[in-house]
Write a protein that binds this ligand. Structure first.
Ligand SMILES: [Zn+2]
Length: 244
């Protein structure tokens, strides 16, 4: 019985390792989807920033057209001044030119403001571009890392499964079935140690009578609370000392 129990402990160890690797293989891609999500977000922000920049550039362009137009009108009015016959007409043109000059200076101001805003918008675009680039780089790196670690983990998994196949040969079939049944119902942990009378699976006390029986290691016992297969923790220490 002692040998069977020790083999069960080893089997549990293997199964926990296998479980952990399987979990990693399933959950690791979350890192990727996380980066991808951030990248999509950053790409959208970049798109928005580019749209804002384009808007500001259009505002500037429009203002430049308006300014050009106003200046042309000023020039025309000045030419007309040469041809006027009466003082009244001359005065009217003066007023018109003054008005046009005011309008022109307003457009000039708008161009200056637009230039400032364009500069700001360009900075934002550059920032967002940097962010997108960085995330793209991170994604590629994460993919590479994942590929390497997955290859290693799969190799390890194969190795562990081989060891498991070997190990189960030394465990009677009905005990193995019981072990597998408990494992499925107890979150992968079917064999647990009892330390100082406490089950390490459910942290409940084992009745003293059972504990004394457990120390004898002459039969397979289960925890009265969680039904897991239990062993006395000192058993491993004795075994380790024997091996030394
Ligand atoms: Zn228990």
């Amino acid at each position: 019985m002692r040998e069977i129990l020790l083999n069960l402990i080893k089997l549990q160890d293997l199964d926990l390792k296998i479980k952990k690797i399987n979990q990693t293989l399933e959950t690791e891609p979350e890192i990727l989807s996380n980066i991808k999500e951030k990248l999509t977000e950053a790409q959208k922000e970049l798109e928005d920033a580019k749209n804002i920049l384009a808007e500001k550039e259009k505002v500037k362009k429009d203002a430049e057209w308006e300014l050009e137009d106003t200046e042309a009108r000023i020039k025309k009015s000045k030419q007309k001044m040469m041809e006027v016959k009466t003082n009244k007409e001359y005065q009217a043109l003066l007023v018109e030119i003054e008005e046009l000059k005011k309008i022109a200076s307003e457009w000039e101001e708008k161009i200056i403001i637009a230039l400032d805003e364009i500069e700001e918008a360009k900075k934002v675009v550059a920032e967002k571009e940097e962010k997108v680039k960085e995330l793209e780089k991170r994604l590629i790196e994460a993919q590479k890392r994942l590929e390497i670690s997955f290859t290693n983990l799969k190799k390890e998994l194969l190795d562990l499964r081989k060891k498991r196949e070997e190990m189960v040969k030394y465990i009677p079939k009905e005990i193995l079935q019981r072990y597998d049944f408990i494992r499925q119902h107890r979150n992968g942990q079917a064999v647990v140690a009892v330390n100082d009378g406490v089950c390490e699976g459910c942290h409940m006390h084992i009745p003293p009578q059972n504990y004394n029986e457990l120390l004898r290691v002459d039969k397979l016992m289960t925890c009265p609370s969680c039904q897991r297969i239990i062993y006395w923790k000192g058993l491993l220490e004795i075994k380790n000392n024997e091996e030394k």
